[in-house]
Design a protein around this ligand. Structure first.
Ligand code: 4AD
Ligand code: MG
Length: 437
């Protein structure tokens, strides 16, 4: 007999069906045993009458355990006393395809680390499954927009000759007779190469690595980066204008399919943003913060804004413009990588931006320096010119003005669902203290 998803089987009252799934709970009451069985589509109660010999202990049957992967054939009947839609399944046969050891290692009381140790068991929770349903829909919507607009997808190498963002945060490994290789911190260099190759509009969704000993709720050492690069722009404003339309499109798609489930499971509304997003220069942001008497943490880099300041600004933007999003623009050159374009009239500032959502950075972007001589000088000043010569070569034989951004996929999902921690938005988290499972 063909297996039916549980949700489908529940529409077949009176029929004999076959379902497969995990046992969630086992409960005995006199001569009856009740199993709640769940698959990806839903859950159903299975009501099994315990045979007389088994009840009397004359035959020894293995007891069902929460976690058992079971294959059940039986009849769906209406029973108004049952909480799960007033339906239950009366089994003809229950085969245990994959037995679980008795006593699951996690329960409702487990802490975050235990849940991460037994991630696959935690992921059986429908709420956790929804995180990945939403993430799948997010990626799908992003791709729809790219395909409509003639973008090419890249798969750039993750083994690199040099660091692409900052030298301090790279993982290195031995690489045959070439010495060291570095794990890519971003596809930055290669998406720019695609622009020099005349691709004009490119994107990549892929893993990136950061050797950062950060222990925050927003940082991982490996994460999925969503990267976009556009040619023939006039300024970083063109990149922001493109990005906000793309985000609004993605949220529209998500809103129509998931707003109800997300409201129910995460108590959060999916708001389709209105355009344009407010823009604040870094200078204006500092003025707002000083007007609101916000004191920056002492260890903040000069000119930067600490996480508390970003939340204060988010509040200001929500109160003033009614927006969950805003762009912070024109970062000081000292805070940005060498490849960001500087303003000709104010070289201490970059033509760059971060996109903030609900107080958290989800994107960094910029117009890139595409003029070979200027870029070479900026690399030199950053102490990089020799190790990045292969990258500088991309700009030797004609490269159009261009810009783009990188967005952390898990940060996006985390903000969308208002999850407390990036670990909850990541299939398997990697951090300084975690390399397993
Ligand atoms: O801000 P980042 O470091 O910028 C870049 O990688 C540039 N190449 C982007 C560009 O095109 N100019 O990283 C981009 C985004 C961040 O805004 C954040 O959402 C996410 O990636 N991100 C992280 N996510 C999880 N863990 C970390 N350690 C992250 N670091 C950055
Ligand atoms: Mg950034």
């Amino acid at each position: 007999m063909q297996r039916l998803p549980i949700a489908t089987a529940k529409r077949s009252v009176g029929d004999t069906v076959r379902i497969c799934g995990f046992i969630e709970t086992v409960r005995k009451h006199k001569r009856m045993e009740f199993l709640v069985v769940a698959d990806r589509s839903g859950r159903i109660q299975v009501a099994r009458e315990i045979p007389a010999e088994e009840a009397a202990g004359e035959v020894h049957a293995r007891a069902f355990a929460p976690g058992d992967a079971v294959d059940i054939t039986g009849r769906v009947i209406a029973n108004f006393t049952v909480a799960l839609d007033g339906l239950e399944l009366v089994p003809d046969s229950i085969a245990v395809a994959g037995p679980a050891q008795h006593g699951l290692p996690i329960n409702e009381m487990s802490g975050r680390e235990a849940l991460l140790d037994w991630r696959y068991l935690a992921l059986r929770e429908p709420r956790n499954r929804l995180v990945f349903e939403v993430a799948t829909a997010v990626e799908h919507a992003m791709r729809l927009h790219w395909h409509e607009q003639d973008f090419l997808e890249l798969h750039s190498p993750k083994l690199m000759h040099s660091a692409s963002e900052s030298g301090a945060e790279t993982f290195s490994l031995e690489y045959f007779h070439l010495g060291h290789a570095y794990l890519a911190q971003s596809p930055q260099f290669y998406k720019q190469m695609a622009i020099a190759a005349g691709f004009e509009r490119v994107f990549e969704i892929g893993p990136v690595f950061r050797a950062e000993a950060s222990f925050t709720s927003r940082h991982a050492t490996e994460f999925t980066s969503v990267d976009v690069e556009l040619a023939w722009i006039e300024s970083h404003e063109d990149v922001m204008a493109w990005e906000e339309r793309w985000i609004a499109f993605v949220l529209q798609q998500l809103h129509s399919r998931y707003s109800e489930a997300v409201q129910r499971e995460f108590n959060t509304a999916i708001r389709v943003p209105s355009l344009p997003f407010p823009r604040l220069t870094m200078e204006e942001a500092h003025q707002v913060l000083s007007l609101r008497k916000y004191a920056m943490a002492a260890n903040t880099r000069r000119g930067d804004i600490d996480p508390g300041g970003l939340h204060e600004l988010a509040q200001y933007v929500e109160e003033t413009f009614g927006s969950e999003f805003y762009f912070l623009t024109d970062y000081p050159s000292s805070l940005r990588p060498f490849y960001h374009m500087r303003y000709t009239e104010a070289p201490h500032l970059t033509r760059s931006f971060d996109l903030m959502w609900k107080g958290i950075e989800i994107t960094t972007g910029a117009q890139r320096e595409h003029r070979y001589a200027v870029l070479q000088e900026q690399a030199q000043k950053a102490g990089l010119s020799h190790s990045v010569q292969y990258y500088l070569d991309f700009f030797k034989y004609g490269c159009p003005p261009h810009g783009g951004f990188g967005l952390g996929l898990a940060r996006f999902v985390m903000c969308l669902l208002q999850l407390e921690n990036i670990r909850d938005a990541t299939f398997l988290f990697r951090g300084p203290r975690r390399l397993t499972p």
